[in-house]
Design a protein around this ligand. Structure first.
Ligand code: ASP
Ligand code: MG
Length: 404
């Protein structure tokens, strides 16, 4: 007997047929003698739809009301899942975040979990019930409903697995696991048997949106080993866990492409102390996520600063920079026809030559590099968006990822 936490994403519970399918899977695991706690998302599309409805009434709805609103998406699916289980003779009970004892801080729409009181869940497991918990939601110390940020059901599952000391945590989604590249683009991309938290984090934050980034950080912090797998078949998925020495034998484990970035060039700003500080302070104050900063060597007292931001934030960035440029001179140009390609692997810590392999492969494919940045386990380049798919295939081949 094992204690298992399973999380089913929005597509897995997208309609009643799929909820039936999920119920049958849960039944099989329960009848094999396991204790089962299930976390579900809202049906896919529901959260977006609810937010859109709120925005049709108000350009920026109060965050408290938004949380009150979107939390109903998961409240629907927990009850339906429990009902589907009851219909096939499985004892089950649904829990909202509050009922499950998931407490958070007061930051509506992106609350952090501060604690989980698993006593009621524990009691129901002892009584042989399957416990179904609403993902993505909690309650603050004043009883207000909060949510954990988009994709937050993953976090609920990982945090619950830690709190109730589960033996296994399975994240069910509509993909078979984590791949060496997007299989729709790179035909011979391979499913990885395992991957380290650090690699998963880099891949997740780079546009391979398999899981919410915060949930992977949480798993790393509390050492929750989990498996990403599909709810539509029984194939084994990808195990995500702490890095172990043998993982470093593989230099590159994945290629990720992010097409939702834009390049911002601030040209001809004063080349003197404090200019970069002023530029990035303005961006920080506007809460803009800046990445890949490059400054060229100054000439004639002026310099150029180039960086990337999420495409959705380019106009906000332009607006934030206007007053600064008034003070220090310079002009802004935006380019959203770019993509960021990254190769990721913990093996980079102990191997050299990764950059030259990547750059040679991209050069041979006729792809120009506009920006380059590196970290301990990642090399990223900015390239033209219309070359991004070719670039992903070239990089995948250069590191022989189809043989992993
Ligand atoms: N329903 C929420 C969302 O769409 C949470 C989740 O799906 O994990 O972001
Ligand atoms: Mg999701």
């Amino acid at each position: 007997m094992a204690r298992i936490v399973q999380k089913y994403g929005g597509t897995s519970v997208g309609d009643v047929e799929r909820i039936k399918n999920v119920a049958n899977r849960i039944k099989a695991v329960r009848e094999a003698g396991n204790e089962v706690v299930v976390v579900v998302s809202a049906r896919s599309g529901v959260t977006n739809e609810l937010i859109a409805r709120a925005k049709s009434l108000h350009p920026s709805p109060p965050d408290r009301e938004l949380d009150q609103l979107v939390s109903i998406g998961e409240q629907e699916t927990i009850a339906l899942t429990a009902i589907a289980l009851d219909a096939i003779g499985v004892l089950a009970k649904s829990y909202t975040g509050a009922q499950a004892g998931i407490t958070t801080d007061k930051v509506y729409t992106k609350a952090k979990i501060t604690g989980i009181d698993g006593k009621s869940i524990e009691k129901d497991l002892q009584a042989g019930k399957v416990v179904i918990v609403a993902g993505f939601q909690g309650i603050d110390d004043e009883g207000q409903v909060t949510t954990l940020g988009r994709g937050g059901s993953d976090l609920t599952a990982i945090a619950l697995a830690a709190a109730i000391k589960a033996d296994k945590c399975e994240i069910y989604t509509d993909v078979d696991g984590v791949y060496t590249a997007d299989p729709r683009v790179v035909k011979d991309a391979k499913k990885l048997q395992e991957i380290s938290y650090d690699e998963m984090l880099e891949l997740a934050s780079l546009g391979s949106k398999v899981m919410q980034t915060r949930s992977v950080e949480f798993a790393a912090k509390y050492n929750v080993i989990f498996e990403v797998r599909s709810s539509f078949n029984t194939n084994p998925g990808t195990i995500v866990k702490q890095e172990v020495a043998y993982m470093e034998k593989v230099v590159v484990r994945g290629v990720a492409v992010d097409k939702d970035q834009a390049k911002v060039v601030v040209s001809r700003i004063a080349d003197k102390p404090g200019t970069a500080a002023a530029v990035f302070r303005a961006l920080a104050e506007a809460n803009i996520n800046v990445d890949m900063i490059v400054q060229n060597v100054g000439h004639d007292g002026v310099a150029n600063l180039t960086f990337t931001v999420p495409q959705s934030e380019t106009l906000k960035a332009e607006k934030a920079l206007a007053p600064v440029l008034k003070a220090v001179g310079g002009t802004v140009t935006l380019d959203d026809k770019i993509a960021k390609l990254s190769v990721v692997g913990v093996g980079m810590r102990t191997h050299s030559g990764v950059a030259s392999t990547l750059f040679t492969a991209l050069a041979d494919a006729g792809i120009n590099l506009e920006l380059i940045s590196t970290s301990e386990i990642k090399i990223s380049v900015v390239i033209a968006k219309d070359k991004a798919d070719d670039a992903a295939r070239a990089a995948h081949k250069a590191f022989a990822l189809e043989k992993l």
